[in-house]
Write a protein that binds this ligand. Sequence first.
Ligand code: SF4
Length: 306
Amino acid sequence: MGFPSTMFPHQPTWSNTRINLLQRCPRAFVLRYGLAKLSKHHPQGQVLSELFKIQTPWILMHQTMRGLLLDYVEDYVNGTIWSEKLVRIRFKKDYKQAITARNQRIQQLFHHGIHSSLFQLAQAEEHLIEMGVKSCIDMIQHNSLIRWLSHGSIERKNPVSSVTNENIRLYCSPDLIHHGRNGTTLIKFYLYGNLNSNERTHQASLIQSFGDNESTVALFILHRRKWYIHTTKPVEHQRKGAMNLIRQDIQHMETAFSKVNKNNDLSDVPLADSYRACMTCNVRFMCPSRHGFENAKAEQRALMCK
Ligand code: SF4
């Protein structure tokens, strides 16, 4: 492993996943985006990366939904319109594959002697399949999607595509881009609950960087199993505000990395300050907080008093 200075990415990188993890826990953030990357050719570094790839069946259900909706649109554009029965068959197949891949990852960890109550082999549960199928069908029948599919052209974006803005690499790609008589619309599916109005403006302003200043952004938000659509065309001050927040996020990320000492000693990198974050953390078993949340909190308090 190298020294912490190599932990800084050449180009600052921002994504919702990164900032969400940093907010949940600086220690988990540094392990995932610092040490795991830095040591990717080292067996333990690989294990660390794998650990973070293990998702819960609940998250996999939502990832399956996104994949299925994008496949649906792609096939539609190519002239094949899926029946509800096909949606159901495809969802079931894709979700089962996702669960199998998850189980294989967990079995690999068992081979490395890593056992944690978080990593249980799972089955593709029927109620999750039903939930996913229903949300997909509701989306496919949504008036706005039907309208976009009926005219103009629509393309699927690779979720890992990025843009560079003010030398920061932003991973916040729309899922679909529609070009029609009213201009370009950047469409994104948000599957994990509601966004308040500031969050919607922030996300829309960033997504707009994948089009131009005249592009409209449409956010489909799945909240309590119902789809809500918010359409907006961010303006100059909103774009600027969003980039200001991103710069602040980048500073926090760099501060977290800079707390890693020589020889990659993480003792000065704060732990989570919430019990909930630790309960769902994939690296809980290798963290001082495994002895209890109170210990982790005391350690964090001590670090803050330094
Ligand atoms: S167990 Fe808690 S403190 Fe430790 S890395 Fe995970 S979230 Fe952070």
